[in-house]
Design a protein around this ligand. Structure first.
Ligand code: TYD
Length: 137
């Protein structure tokens, strides 16, 4: 997986009644969760995301259905197919992301290390590449 992105497997607590996954700050998730949001009812053929964050850490979990999550660290890109709720995609560096190929039942839950702040967003790919070069110096 590309630098700045990591897949984390969650423990499934299961018994005859079914399954349960628990996620705690600094245990399954390496940060304090300040915000949760979810993406659902996504129309077919749309591409979401198309931005990067400067500081935000996120854990993306596909709760149901599936989608493709493209991550790009400025040097390399990778498309990760998300289709289960017992793995999370942890993003802890400025990474350009684009989500596509949403199934109609896809629910993407995102746990974030900070509240919504547009100042933390980079909306242009060229700006993202310039930003990455400046922080890597
Ligand atoms: P947007 O950033 O376009 O979503 P995506 O992650 O797919 O790129 O967000 C869609 C709308 O929701 C936009 O009007 C901003 C708003 N929004 C919030 O109010 N709070 C949030 O935490 C997020 C992520 C988005």
């Amino acid at each position: 997986m590309i630098e700045g992105v990591q897949k984390i497997k969650f423990e499934i607590h299961g018994d005859h009644r079914g399954s349960l996954i628990a996620i705690e700050n600094f245990k399954e998730i390496p940060f304090v969760v300040k915000r949760l949001y979810y993406i659902f009812n996504t129309s077919e053929n749309v591409v979401r995301g198309k931005h990067a964050h400067k500081k935000l850490q996120q854990m993306v979990i596909c709760m149901s259905g599936s989608c493709d999550f493209m991550v790009d660290n400025g040097d390399e890109k990778e498309v990760i197919h998300l289709d289960n709720n017992h793995e999370g995609l942890y993003i802890n560096k400025p990474i350009w992301r684009e989500m596509s190929k949403f199934s109609s039942d896809c629910v993407l839950v995102v746990l974030a290390s900070d509240i919504y702040d547009t100042e933390d967003y980079i909306y242009s790919y060229d700006e993202f590449v310039t930003y990455k070069r400046s922080v890597n110096k």
